[in-house]
Write a protein that binds this ligand. Sequence first.
Ligand code: ADP
Ligand code: MG
Length: 358
Amino acid sequence: MSGTSLDGVDAALCDLRSGLVLLRTHYQAFTEGLRDELLALHWVGHDELGRAASVANRLADLYAQSVEGLLADAGIGRGEIAAIGCHGQTIRHRPRCGYSLQLNNPSRLAERTGLTVVADFRNRDIAAGGQGAPLVPAFHEAVFRDRDETRAVVNIGGIANVTLIPPAAQAFAPTRGFDCGPGNMLMDAWCREHTGQSFDCDGRWAASGRVPQGLLAAMQAHPFFAATPPKSCGREDFSIDWLHGLQPSRFRPEDVQASLLELTAWSIAQAVGVDAKPPAQVLLCGGGTHNAQLRTRLAELMPDSRVNTTAVAGLDPDWVEACAFAWLASQTMAGRPGNLPDVTGASGPRVLGAIYPA
Ligand SMILES: Nc1ncnc2c1ncn2[C@@H]1O[C@H](COP(=O)(O)OP(=O)(O)O)[C@@H](O)[C@H]1O
Ligand SMILES: [Mg+2]
């Protein structure tokens, strides 16, 4: 998995024969150069096709290295691996135009590793009328559903998304899910622009600021927040240019950072609280769980739910999304659907992705 934060590659070795056992993990950060090239490819530019194709090859090589690193660390031979689930790097997410573009070269990854690769998970759902996102809710439901309590799982990556899971005792009620809005993405961008750091460690810089209400209100007026699900978003919806359009230079940079953190917390709390009765428990995952200030605000904004990380349900919050794509690959290999039509808006369940045999 490599997500919208553009931080690096998360590789997870999962035993999915009976439930989910996370055996081993391996993280490889992007170099600044690769990150900058990927970021630039989100927008129109010179020789995009050529640049995209060659960056896709570099990504595939990095994915292959990550898999090799993972297997070496685990002391496991490739004969024991059924498949690699590889999301690719999203550079355009435009379900309304009928596509979501993930840079990848699955053939090259299969060739480099000698393993079967499952890739391009989103476009089948979009072809069936869906958003192609979020795709993690089916996995959240499979792993985090409780017998008695309603749970919300919130993944705070570059984008934040929520999954609302009714208890197993009410299996007739559908699991719902949608993107909440920006997770870390805008906080990272503003922090980088003003401090040179790639993220605001533990949210300390944001905690030193105060939220100017006018600025927060202007952010909250983005039409994405008022839209009804199914909905998903990307960098095209919440770019640094969008933020600049709100004239943030009127305020102290730390106050803008505080506002961006508040926007993330507020939009998550709104999403979790869509129903009259809030979920008994909220399980957080993704890199945003390390942001202590964000965790504090989330707990304050959701006083009627127990707010924890997925660790309390047995899965390390840093590895949930990577595990989800291993699980989605196993669904594809078994000929089972990976999307939830109630979440994405697709006209039905679909077997997602394409299989590139070893
Ligand atoms: N200690 C920390 N304090 C604040 N934010 C953090 C910390 N550690 C990680 N993050 C955030 O998590 C992000 C990576 O999260 P991740 O779940 O990998 O997102 P994605 O799926 O979009 O790649 C970083 O870009 C950063 O914003
Ligand atoms: Mg990441």
